[in-house]
Structures are given as C-alpha cells and as structure tokens.
Design a protein around this ligand. Structure first.
Ligand code: FAD
Length: 343
C-alpha cells in the first residue's frame, strides 16, 4: 500500500506482547521502533546467565489454548527455540487466596508445556524482525504534539518521534503511569491487580536428591520450585544443580521490602523443610524481586484504546497471567492500530 511505510509507530516494551504487536505492524509495512528499558529482550520471559548456565527466573513454561498461539509455539519448536517439557511434578495445594494465577495454573497441569530453548527468552525469536529495538531506553513520558502525533521522552533526556501511533506494553502500573496524564480513559488500568514474586536462583554443588524436577505449591511460602534450564548442557551434567524458587504471591507480598539475604534464607529453609531431603552444599545463590509478576485481576479485555485509537495499552494484564495472554493482547493491539490508521 503506497505511503504505508511513512506511518511511524512506537512500541514500548520488548516482551511477548510488545514484540507480537511490533512484528504484525512491521509486516504490514509500517515503520516500527521498539523501546525497551532493559538491555535484553523478552521481558518476564527472563533468563539470567551465570558461569555454569542460565536460570529461567521469570516464566517457567508456556501453554496454549488459543489456536493462533499454539501455531506460534509450533513455529518456535520448528525453529528450535521451544521444546516440550514434562517434568516429574509434585502438586501441592495453593493457599485459599483466590487469584488468577492460582486458577490458571490449577487448570493447566494437564496441558502440553513448552520451554524456550536453550532458555526461556529465546521463545520470542520468531517475532524478532528487522525493526529496531532501542534497548536501555526507559520511556518516561508521552507528549501529544497534536491529535495525530506524539513524541516520546526517555530517562536520559532523549526525545523521539513524531509517532503516528503508540502501543504501551509495560506491566499495568507502569503503563498507567505513562498513560494517566493523557486522558481519564486510562484510569481503569488502576483496577488491574498484579502480584509480586520473589525468585531465588540456587545452584547446589550436587543434585538435590528429590524425585521431582518441579513442585507446584509445595508449601505456603513457595508457589513453584523447579530445576532450571532443563535444556541447557549444564543441566544434563547436573552439577551444579540449578533450581529456581518462586515465592507464593501471598508470601512475596508480605516480604516485598525484605532484603535479598533474608528472602533467600527463608525460602531455602522452606524448601529444605518441605522436601525432607538432606540439602547438598550451595554453589551459589541469588535473588530477584519481580514487583509486578503475575496478574491477579485482569482488565478483562484484550487492549485499551485511547487518543482516537492512536495510543493503545496492551500486555498480559489485559487478559490474564500468562505468556499466551501477552501474545493475544499484543496481537489485538496491533490489529486495533491497523484499524485506526488504515481503516
Ligand atoms: C516469576 C514469574 C513466573 C511466571 N511464570 C509463568 C509461567 O510459568 N507461565 C506463563 O505463561 N507465564 C508466566 N509468567 C507470566 C509471563 O511471564 C507474562 O505473562 C508475560 O511474559 C508478560 O509479557 P508482556 O509482554 O505482557 O510483559 P513483559 O514481559 O513484562 O514485557 C514488558 C516489557 O516492557 C519493558 N518496560 C516497562 N516499562 C518500560 C518503559 N517505561 N520504557 C521501556 N520499556 C519498558 C519491560 O522491561 C519489559 O521488557 C510468569 C511471570 C513471572 C514474573
């Protein structure tokens, strides 16, 4: 379509939602730039590199209900960046607190699980195209120039644009921070609830002598514990034996401001108690706090339009607590932008 490449779009966030939206818009022929505050891609599909392999300290596995997302996972599998994962799983009982996280996970254990190969953040590879990703640019403000165009400001006093449309895919509170000044319409984002999660990455010098590779809600403190990086070479050697623990949403909330040492100590003690095995010596341990990890109360629709359809909020939090929700929301946001700009 003539002139379509003159349409200039900014996508904020290079997680699953942002990259899905960017790839659709780029394929349509628009000029797309992604802005990402961190130095890597994937967002909460996160992996941390260590001297002996990767820890997946964010999303642990993905599942698909939507046929489109299922096709995406098949594509990722064909590209060797995804693989089935069927760990020997211990299933405990979640605490009575009702959350989307709990309901969703509870329903999912019978489904096919996939992991990124060799680590989770590789799952986004099929979405990475020739559009530029401006890493280490934290967008701090969206400035309307007029009703049809917008400038972006970052934390290093950079100014970018003008853009004809913007899709914001940061977690709900961070998206609300950017969009609230533009229009009261975006205030509904404040109704979304996202739970924090403390993650502990521990490597044991010898394999943890448990019969399980993964534990779902083994105790009130821990929502999930699993051998990490199943597919990387180091795992097969099994020493050091890398595990990721995710504190439960309730525990993470109660201990949100604790320091990393205290969190590590308490979660390892909880794992030691519940596993009932002799702990091998620790090789290394580190902790990461996800302030906005999993959606507990979603927006309830795939995306949120405003500014005449030119500034769109998207992300997992629109629909749920899973990678699939992010993918679907990014897709819906891109189609909404196309509808606005191309009618
Ligand atoms: C501990 C944990 C465990 C999980 N386990 C699972 C699981 O097992 N299965 C599952 O399906 N899902 C799981 N999830 C949820 C899953 O990771 C998310 O649903 C999904 O990755 C969200 O994708 P997204 O693109 O919406 O957001 P994100 O991945 O958060 O991407 C948003 C991006 O925006 C960037 N950003 C934010 N603000 C700005 C700004 N101002 N300027 C520029 N960039 C910005 C961020 O750095 C980030 O890269 C888990 C999440 C966590 C944290």
């Amino acid at each position: 379509m003539p002139g379509i490449s003159n349409i200039n779009i900014a996508v904020i966030g290079a997680g699953m939602a942002g990259l899905k939206a960017a790839s659709i818009l780029y394929q349509t022929g628009m000029t797309v730039t992604v802005f990402e505050k961190s130095c890597g891609l994937g967002g909460r599909l996160a992996s941390r590199r260590t001297a002996f392999g990767h820890f997946n300290h964010g999303a642990q596995y993905v599942t698909a209900r939507d046929p489109g997302f299922n096709a995406f996972l098949q594509q990722a599998t064909a590209c060797n960046v995804a693989e089935n994962w069927s760990p020997s799983l211990y299933r405990g009982t979640p605490s009575p607190a009702k959350s989307d996280v709990v309901c969703v996970e509870g329903n999912l254990v019978q489904q096919q699980w996939y992991q990124g190969v060799p680590q989770m953040n590789k799952l986004i590879r099929p979405l990475v195209d020739d559009f530029p990703v401006q890493k280490q640019h934290r967008i701090t403000a969206i400035e309307p120039v007029n009703q049809r165009s917008f400038m972006l400001h970052d934390d290093l006093d950079g100014i970018f644009g003008p853009f004809d449309g913007i899709i914001v895919t940061a977690p709900a509170p961070q998206t609300a921070y950017l969009l609230r000044p533009l229009a009261p319409r975006y205030d509904v984002i404040d109704d979304v609830v996202m739970a924090p999660c403390w993650a502990v990455m521990v490597a044991f010098k010898q394999p943890l002598p448990t019969g399980f590779d993964a534990m779902l809600y083994p105790c009130p403190e821990i929502g999930w514990a699993a051998r990490s990086s199943q597919n990387n070479d180091m795992f097969h050697r099994r020493t050091p034996d890398p595990w990721v623990l995710h504190a439960s949403p309730e525990w993470s909330r109660a201990h949100l401001e604790d320091d990393k040492e205290r969190v590590t100590e308490k979660l390892l003690a909880a794992l030691r108690d519940v596993s009932g095995v002799k702990f091998p010596e620790l090789h290394s341990v580190q902790a990461h706090r996800w302030r906005y990890a999993r959606t507990e109360r979603p927006l309830g629709k795939s995306h949120l339009n405003g500014m005449n359809g030119r500034v769109i909020a998207a992300g997992d939090w629109c629909l749920g607590a899973r990678v699939e929700a992010a993918w679907r929301s990014g897709q819906a946001a891109a189609h909404a932008m196309i509808e606005t700009l191309l009618g």
